[in-house]
Design a protein around this ligand. Structure first.
Ligand SMILES: Nc1nc2c(ncn2[C@@H]2O[C@H](COP(=O)(O)OP(=O)(O)OP(=O)(O)O)[C@@H](O)[C@H]2O)c(=O)[nH]1
Length: 187
């Protein structure tokens, strides 16, 4: 298998302050910080072994979205898989997941995208506004994966990216190296 076959580009999206950067930071650097610094955009690289295969992953940590932010074409073109993050302490951020999902699907002119929906900050149980069953239902509705995580306590963080690779592989035709969203490449 050539290296080109194993390169995967993953975008992390969701509302502001839901814990996207903390999730990526914990995954890449194995650390967590309590203070909040809004992200503009950062890209990280990490190799991930999934089912015995090594994948060269490029992870794009995005600025938070809201219903009025247009989907940046950068997050729709050439992306293999998506990590859509809400906070279990914010119902609004959960409602944004379907909005962001629909925007990407619309922008790319596809019917579905490989993605994992993440309920972040699962250590904050006292402030919970979104029940696990609602997360699972949303994932089922969009035929994608779902998981709850805590970047603070390193719970299920690496699992997120394994699930994302799983969804990418599940949605890719054998021997396909380009994302299914390639149809929206703008020259
Ligand atoms: N308790 C707890 N707090 C968290 C967790 N993850 C993130 N936080 C806190 O939530 C705040 C926002 O986290 P960020 O990772 O910066 O959120 P973001 O989604 O990247 O924010 P934007 O860059 O604005 O889009 C920070 O104060 C973090 O310390 C978690 O798993 N548990």
């Amino acid at each position: 298998m050539s290296n080109a076959l194993k390169r995967r580009k993953i975008a992390v999206l969701g509302s502001r302050s839901v814990g996207k950067s903390s999730l990526v930071k914990q995954f890449i650097e194995n650390n967590f910080i309590d203070s909040y610094y809004p992200t503009i955009e950062s890209t990280f690289a990490k190799s991930v072994v999934y089912k015995g295969v090594e994948y060269d992953c490029q992870i794009i940590d995005t600025a938070g979205q809201d219903e009025y932010s247009p989907i940046n074409s950068q997050y729709a073109i050439g992306i293999h898989g998506y990590v859509l993050v809400y906070s279990i302490t914010s119902r609004n951020s959960f409602n944004m997941i379907q909005v962001v999902y629909d925007k990407i699907v619309d922008f790319c002119g596809v019917t579905k995208i490989p993605c994992v929906i993440v309920g972040a900050k699962c250590d904050l149980t006292m402030a919970r506004q979104v029940e696990p069953k609602h997360g699972m239902e949303l994932a089922k509705h969009n035929d994608c994966a779902w998981i709850e995580t805590s970047a603070k306590h390193d719970i299920n963080v690496s699992k997120v990216f394994e699930l994302c690779l799983q969804e990418i592989e599940r949605n890719m035709a054998p021997n396909q190296t380009e994302p299914q969203t390639k149809g929206c490449v703008v020259m």
